[in-house]
Design a protein around this ligand. Sequence first.
Ligand code: 13P
Length: 254
Amino acid sequence: MPRKKIVAGNWKMNLDRAKARELAGAVAARSGEAAGVELVLCPPALYLDAVGAALAAAKSNVGLGGQNMHDKASGAFTGEVAPPMLLDLGCTYVILGHSERRTLFGETDAIVNAKTKAALAAGLTPIVCVGETLEEREGGRTDAVVTTQVRGSLAGLSPADLEKVVIAYEPVWAIGTGKVATPQQAQEVHALIRSLLGSLASSEVAGKIRIQYGGSVKPDNAADLASQPDIDGALVGGASLKADDFLGIAKAFR
Ligand code: 13P
């Protein structure tokens, strides 16, 4: 069975509640334009409820996801969001280990691993992010860095759990810079990740796992990325804040 393409919008810390509702409504109303592609919106945590309600009101099958979560189900963790809270608001996905979480908030592979396990245990599908910095790429360390991140973030997962995970390859130098990886650069790393997943589980399991590309994806570069055999969708930042652009990208993955 071919892997179902998945395009997710990471809204990061943007918009206000009214604009979040409006954007969700617009994407939901036009989701048919990208029929066959799974769409997911990841608004700021405070707007998950409003966005979930807008998606439900439009009777769309656009999914809802968190941008981060804690690995514990409850407790004295001021300011944090627990996995059951995301579920409670209708989330089915959660982005974990985004490079902004890793670099600005000190998330290590061990932390991402604990969160990934917690998400799976709660019944959420984790979108686990990996990717090298410009310095690492220029130093010829891309493969080693991505390998360490994938192994560390997914350590101890059973093949059955691995199969459920979505991986997002997001080269840090391409995030928010307008400097997208070439389709060949992205494909190379996606193929590396898939072979790594094969060694962690089996090639059959690896063949089912969806690997998104993220980093300056726009409607005009999405088709070339989508044409690559191991690129199964996109994790979109800036361009996901406009319904036209987000849907334009999603359409390229049909
Ligand atoms: P941009 O699409 O804005 O480069 O952001 C990518 C990203 O970080 C998605 O998670």
